[in-house]
Every structure is written in structure tokens, then in C-alpha cells.
Design a protein around this ligand. Structure first.
Ligand code: FE2
Ligand code: FE2
Length: 409
């Protein structure tokens, strides 16, 4: 008799086998109970009015492997999913974008200082700097802006990954997976650019960091979609459009153009949600969405760029941040500057207002929060297109051409 047979036939081994079986049986029963519990909580995410946006609890995976969910799939996002191949680009491939393209950082303004360096509008500050220092202050300020954009891109990447984790509809989930991939290339693209021009990014500002944390870690689908897909994506499209128009660096123009070609689709996903959800919300649900959006808007408007968040930048040109803050506050009336800048069609806050207005998230109740800064009638009369769509379309056409000429491996 061979050794394994002896072991198998001995009474101890038989007992062990029974114990192992009992353990597996017990684990299976626990799984069945878990499944019943998770299925009973399934789809209970707040304010889902359309099956396309049904979502499971982020810590409940079992509803995602229920057989019936694979069969029903909305086709609303299929065109956006298919289009991804046409506007594909790779930030590490020089046939799309070459981060070795030089730019004279010491002697050239990377962006228009009138738009991106308000400090230079203050005579006491501007007069205390040489031309080279002014260029440095402007370019470092823009490094700060781009660093915030990079952190925003990471927020969008983490948020779309979290949507991919919870959306029940396979079409919506595939869309979210696709967006996650696109956001990942934006993180790579902006990292490459910041590395090429400055070496490293600045830390996230407390306002943006706090808002991103709040949106990304929320379990509530409407906060994720309104907060990121509509507000932050809309704001990013405005910022990209503004930088594209006002930069002297052709490399940045290309990076922004390709990024915008992707972002226009992301914004659309949020818009489809709003069109299908907002009209079906109950009064109390609508109030919640309106109030939450107005709160995020005000938070961003008043705190996104504050002189005290840019201490390290002022130090880099030998300016004391207390001196800058004092003169900045004396010379610049924040509310009137906001009002004046919001007249520009691609101003980020104007774009944000327009997005919320067109999605019917601004109503008579909350209108005054926005009307303080922008003419709502004028905004209402404008078309429904997201800011920067012309640049996005230009990028799309260019990428389609590059991709046509490439062989699939
Ligand atoms: Fe992005
Ligand atoms: Fe995006």
C-alpha cells in the first residue's frame, strides 16, 4: 500500500476531510446571507431616476455579479465609448506630443500675465520687480495653476474609477472605465509637461483638495456626477480654453487641445445625467441638488486662488507674502474683479454657471447666488455648447488623422 492511500484511509484524514467540507459549506451559507443583504440594499443610491445610473453600494460587490445585470444595457453611451479610438493619444509617444520641445522659461511669459498673474496688476508689486522677476512670478504662478489642474485630473481619474466600481448598467460602467483610462493619460500628460518646464508640481491648495476629497469619497452618485462631471469638468474646460488662448508655448497648446478632445465627452456624460434626472426629482431632492451645487460654486469662487496660498511663489522672487497680500487686498476689489472677468466667455466661473443653468440646477430659489456675478439673462440666451468645444473639435480632427495613419499592432 502506498503512503498516500494509508493517509487517505486513516480515520483522522477522514475527519479532516469532513471538517474541510463543513468549513466550505459554512462559508457558502455566509455568502448566501451576504448576497441576500446586499441585494436588498441594491440600487438604493440617492436620487437615481434613470436605470442607466443605477448604482450599488461601493462596499457591495455581489450585486455586480448577478446574472441579470449583464443583459440590460442602455445604448446612450455607446457612441462615446466607440469614439475613444478615434481620439486616442499617448502622452509618451512623440508622434502625438513631444515633451522635449524647448521653451525659454527665463525670458518668455509662458501665459499672458494679464490673465494669469493678477499680482502684476498691482503697481506696488510690479514696480518692485525686474522684468526677469516679473516673468518668473508669472511663470511660477502658472506652475501653481497647472499643478491644481494636475490634482484635478487625479480627482477625475479616482472619481471615474469609483463610478466604474458602482454603476450597474454595463454601458454606463464601460463608459466610466473608458473615462478612467482617459483621465489616466491626462495625469501622465500634465505630469510630463510640469516635469519638462519646472521639474515638479506644487501641492494641492486647501480649497481644491477639500472639494476633491469630498466629491471623490462620497457614496452618493449625484454628488459625484454633479460635482465632478459637471462642475469640475466644466471648470476645467474653461481653464483649458483660457490657457490655450493665452499661452505662448506651442507644446502646452497641443497638450490642452488633446486633453480637451477627451474632456468634451466627459462633460456630455454629466449632461445626459442631468437631462434624465433633474426633471424627475421631487421638490426636496431638487432643493438638495441646488443647494449643494450653490455651496460648491461659492466655495470655489471665493477660495480657489488666494494670495496666501501662493506664499512659496512670492518667496521665489524675493517678495514677502504679507507685503503682496496687503497691497493685493488694497488695490484689487475681489467682487468687482470676479464680475469683470466673468464677462469673458471662457471664464471658468461663467462656464460653471452656464453648465448649472442649462442643466436646470439653477432655479429662482438659488438664482441670486449666481446673479451677483453674472448676467443670467445673457447666459440663458447663449447656446448649450460647453466652453472650448471648437478647440476640442480641432484636436479631435488632428487625432483622427494621426490615428488613421497608425498600424494596429
Ligand atoms: Fe481629464
Ligand atoms: Fe475629464
Amino acid at each position: 500500500m502506498i503512503v498516500s492511500e494509508i493517509v487517505y484511509n486513516c480515520p483522522m484524514a477522514e475527519l479532516q476531510q469532513k471538517l474541510d467540507f463543513a468549513k466550505i459549506y459554512a462559508k457558502d451559507q455566509i455568502f448566501k446571507l451576504k448576497r441576500m443583504w446586499q441585494m436588498s440594499r441594491n440600487g438604493k443610491n440617492a436620487m437615481n431616476k434613470d436605470p442607466a445610473y443605477n448604482a450599488t453600494n461601493p462596499s457591495h460587490f455581489i450585486p455586480m455579479i448577478e446574472k441579470d445585470r449583464y443583459i440590460e444595457r442602455v445604448d446612450s453611451f455607446d457612441q462615446m465609448i466607440s469614439a475613444t479610438h478615434k481620439h486616442f493619444w499617448d502622452p509618451n509617444d512623440k508622434s502625438y506630443i513631444d515633451f522635449d520641445e524647448p521653451f525659454d522659461m527665463e525670458n518668455e511669459y509662458i501665459v499672458d500675465p494679464d490673465v494669469f498673474c493678477m499680482e502684476l496688476r498691482v503697481p506696488a508689486i510690479a514696480d518692485s520687480l525686474t522684468e526677469k522677476q516679473k516673468i518668473k512670478l508669472n511663470n511660477e504662478s502658472f506652475r501653481w495653476v497647472l499643478s491644481q489642474i494636475l490634482h484635478g485630473e487625479q480627482g477625475a481619474l479616482s472619481l471615474s474609477a469609483s463610478l466604474c466600481h458602482v454603476l450597474k448598467d454595463p454601458g454606463a460602467q464601460e463608459y466610466a472605465a473608458n473615462q478612467t483610462r482617459e483621465e489616466a493619460r491626462h495625469v501622465t500628460g500634465f505630469t510630463n509637461y510640469i516635469k519638462a518646464r519646472w521639474g515638479s508640481p506644487y501641492p494641492v491648495g486647501p480649497t481644491l483638495g477639500r472639494i476633491l476629497e469630498q466629491i471623490v469619497s462620497s457614496d452618493v452618485v449625484y454628488k459625484k456626477i454633479v460635482g465632478m462631471q459637471m462642475m469640475i469638468e466644466g471648470l476645467a474646460m474653461g481653464a483649458f480654453g483660457m490657457a490655450h488662448q493665452d499661452t505662448n508655448d506651442p507644446l502646452l497648446k497641443t497638450l490642452l487641445k488633446f486633453t480637451m478632445s477627451d474632456e468634451a465627452f466627459h462633460h456630455k456624460f454629466g449632461k445626459i445625467w442631468a437631462d434624465r434626472t433633474v426633471p424627475k426629482l421631487s421638490e426636496s431632492e431638487r432643493y438638495k441638488v441646488e443647494d449643494w451645487s450653490a455651496m460648491i460654486f461659492k466655495d470655489l469662487l471665493y477660495n480657489l486662488v488666494n494670495p496666501w496660498e501662493k506664499k512659496a511663489i512670492y518667496q521665489s522672487v524675493g517678495l514677502d507674502h504679507k507685503f503682496v497680500t496687503k497691497h493685493f487686498m488694497q488695490e484689487i476689489d475681489r467682487d468687482s474683479v470676479i464680475r469683470e472677468e466673468m464677462m469673458e466667455s471662457n471664464n471658468i466661473f461663467r462656464v460653471l454657471c452656464k453648465t448649472l443653468l442649462k442643466a436646470n440646477i439653477i432655479t429662482e430659489r438659488t438664482r441670486k447666488t449666481y446673479a451677483e456675478f453674472v448676467n443670467m439673462e445673457e447666459l440663458n440666451a447663449e447656446d448649450d455648447e460647453v466652453a472650448g468645444i471648437d478647440i476640442a473639435n480641432e484636436g479631435l480632427a488632428q487625432l483622427e488623422q494621426i490615428n488613421k495613419g497608425r498600424k494596429v499592432a
